[in-house]
Design a protein around this ligand. Structure first.
Ligand SMILES: Cc1cc2nc3c(=O)[nH]c(=O)nc-3n(C[C@H](O)[C@H](O)[C@H](O)COP(=O)(O)O)c2cc1C
Length: 207
């Protein structure tokens, strides 16, 4: 297996960290990996907040229901309307910023770090909490928090490969029609039952 594929399978959600801090040089490598991600129409609708200040991390840990891990660094990935290079970002920012997030996770793994993606958007209360703690400006939306550090737990590399999720080529042509027929049959049944129980001929169709 080549190095990239090995890293993809080695990336696991790490939720326990040692006290060893992550230095700025390493964090810069992660930012470079993030901004190597593809984006729709190359809009790059992102900004990143890199946090190593203990009190700020503690505040996030205290207030984020699913973000209690003892990380030594946290990266907040922001969708940014104020920095995006064109309007494609309005539509595609979640996908663009998710691609950047995965790049960070993979780069972190390759550098011997552990990390976990903590979802923020689209849970409004999480967005408000993160915005307040990080003093976020207008026209940015926190997509997630990436908790980072040197791992204090070991997880085996793995894929969740399931051949039944893979369709080699299009679905058979009649799949959609069958679905439609099934739906129509069910509707007819519901209407019949309705007539029987109400003793009425009214199907809700006025014409
Ligand atoms: C959108 C998204 C949100 C997630 N949010 C959380 C979270 O709030 N807390 C957490 O511990 N893990 C979170 N995770 C990590 C998943 O729980 C994890 O990826 C999944 O259990 C599979 O495990 P693995 O990453 O080791 O393959 C999130 C992952 C994604 C992609």
């Amino acid at each position: 297996m080549n190095e990239v594929l090995r890293m993809i399978e080695s990336r696991r959600s790490i939720r326990k960290f040692t006290d060893q801090p992550v230095d700025q040089e390493t964090l810069t490598l992660l930012m470079k990996a993030a901004m190597a991600a593809p984006t729709a129409m190359n809009a790059q609708p992102w900004e990143f907040v890199v946090i190593t200040e203990k009190p700020v991390i503690e505040r996030l840990r205290k207030h984020m229901m699913f973000g209690k891990m003892n990380a030594t660094a946290v990266i907040c990935v922001l969708g940014s309307r104020r920095k995006q290079k064109n309007k494609a970002g309005d539509l595609f920012w979640v996908q663009d910023c998710s691609a950047a997030t995965q790049n960070i996770l993979l780069a972190a793994t390759s550098l011997g770090l552990g990390a976990v993606w903590v979802g923020v958007y689209p849970i409004f209360i999480f967005q408000q909490t993160v915005s307040a703690i990080l003093n976020l400006p207008e026209r940015v939306t926190p997509l997630n928090l990436i908790y980072l550090g040197y791992p204090d737990e070991v997880k085996e590399p793995r894929t969740k490969y399931d051949p039944e999720r893979v369709h080699w080529g299009p679905f058979p042509k009649d799949t959609r029609r069958k679905l439609f027929k099934k739906f129509r049959k069910r509707q007819e049944l519901i209407i019949e039952e309705d007539i029987e129980s109400n003793g009425s001929e009214n199907t809700g169709n006025d014409h």
